[in-house]
Design a protein around this ligand. Structure first.
Ligand code: ADP
Length: 438
């Protein structure tokens, strides 16, 4: 309680007590009655003044009516409160205007979508990049305006760790990159960048690699054909020529493997993943891969164990998955010395399906592991000549997994061995048990 209010109450109490005593002394109700009436009239008048002032304040911003005592104090406090609120509001408005004008000036499109997927706000760049039209499109569903099935699929999946690149709904020659962040109570912030230039450059690179590899195929086939004929026709006594032809043949085979891998990578990068998937039974495929692994290096006498449930199956592209798993098994055979142990294991748990290829071979230093899936990245150049790899195997594995919503983890210790594990999400599983319980 403020001192002014305390004084006011004291004064009022004094007046009322004095009026009461006077009433008792002269034995009449009038002094008390007049005092109380005076108090009521005074308070009502002040209330009317307060209410009038408040009604006109919004319009006139005038100072409060002159008043003394507790009422004057109340008017002043209210006045300060209103002024403070007004300046806070101005500050907020200023900040909002600045934020809005900076968002409007952005070259990236910013779209705010509510939890029902309806458009709440978008900036000017969104008009240009996505073809939104205000106010017509307000409250429209985002998937109604961006009708690409890949976008609907991306939203349905709900994992926004990686951005999505799509042609603009307003101009199919413009490539856009969508990044989605959730905020508030299930709302989404969609940021859209124009990546046409980057996309075109990337496309040029892919086309170039693809075209060069394709163009090299024919001359190489001719060379290989002649080499084989020459090897057959040169007498075995001409050892030097024979050795040279043998090496030329080996190198041409490497070149062929390289071209095939480059073409496969170009195809994996350049085409959209199949939305219509096939059911791939894993047990027979992994059994074949085990046999191929054993046949690859009969002289090494390696042991390859296989663990897979008979009904295990995956949804995806069988050829791509076969090529990814074959790369892992081939690597395990290549990088495990004679007598080594390799295991291929498939299992399913609450987080999905997993295929692990382990070996107790040469292993890899931890510093190289994050870069292994880059094209031509080799921790140890001397291994290449020994193993004859193309340096593209793990890049192919990574791309195939990406196209199947799967990931690759690598655990390895030098001289102890390595484990390469492919992790598939639930919706890619088609094992008999899963199908039966679905
Ligand atoms: P490469 O054709 O050289 O085998 P990859 O892309 O398949 O190309 O593998 C990249 C590199 O990763 C290899 O050069 C090798 O050093 C390493 N690597 C792959 N698999 C294994 C493994 N099982 N054990 C040890 N090192 C491996």
């Amino acid at each position: 309680m403020t001192p002014t209010l305390r004084n006011e109450i004291r004064r009022l109490a004094l007046i009322l007590v004095a009026a009461l005593i006077l009433s008792l002394l002269i034995d009449s109700i009038w002094p008390a009655f007049i005092a109380m009436l005076g108090c009521v009239i005074f308070s009502t008048r002040q209330l009317i003044r307060l209410s009038r002032w408040l009604i006109t304040y919004e319009r006139t911003q005038s100072a409060p009516p002159e008043s003394k005592g507790a009422w004057g104090d109340l008017f002043d406090r209210l006045y300060h409160l209103l002024r403070r609120e007004k300046s806070a509001r101005h500050e907020l408005e200023f900040l909002m205007t600045r934020a809005e004008s900076s968002i409007t000036a952005l070259r990236d499109a910013i779209v705010v979508v509510d939890r029902q997927g309806r458009l709440e706000y978008w900036n000017r760049a969104a008009d240009k990049l996505l073809g939104f039209k205000a106010p017509h499109d307000k409250q429209q569903t985002l998937t109604n305006l961006i009708r690409d099935p890949r976008f609907a699929h991306y939203l349905k999946e709900g994992s926004f760790d990686h951005p999505l690149t799509l042609p603009s709904p307003a101009d199919e020659h413009r490539m856009l990159e969508f990044t989605i962040t959730r905020f508030g109570a299930g709302d989404w912030l969609v940021i859209v960048r124009d990546v046409t230039r980057l996309h075109n450059l990337e496309q040029m690179r892919k086309d170039f690699v693809g075209n060069v590899s394709h163009e090299l195929k024919t001359p190489l086939t001719v060379l290989k054909g002649y080499l084989e004929t020459l090897m057959d026709s040169v007498p075995a006594e001409q050892k030097r020529i024979h050795r040279a032809l043998l090496q030329m043949n080996q190198q041409s085979q490497r070149m062929e493997a390289l071209i095939n891998d480059l073409l496969l990578l170009a195809r994996l990068e350049g085409t959209e993943p199949d939305l219509d998937t096939e059911r791939l039974a894993l047990a027979p495929m992994l059994r074949r891969l085990r046999q191929d692994g054993l046949a690859m290096a009969t002289d090494k006498q390696q042991e390859i164990q296989l663990e897979v449930a008979p009904g295990a199956a995956l949804l995806g592209n069988p050829a791509e998955l076969h090529s990814a798993f074959a790369n892992l098994v081939t690597n395990a055979v290549k990088y495990t010395p004679a007598g080594g142990k390799i295991s291929i294991r498939w299992w399913e748990d609450a987080s999905g399906g997993h295929l692990a290829v382990s070996d107790n071979g040469v292993g890899i230093d931890a510093e190289h592991i994050p870069r292994l899936t880059e094209r031509f990245y080799r921790p140890d150049a001397s291994r290449v000549t020994q193993t004859g790899g193309t340096g593209l195997g793990l890049a192919i594995v990574k791309h195939v997994l990406l196209r199947h919503d799967a990931t690759l983890t690598i655990q390895s210790q030098p001289e102890r061995g390595s484990t390469f594990t492919c992790h598939f999400p639930d919706h890619r599983l088609a094992s008999e048990d899963t199908v039966a319980s679905a």
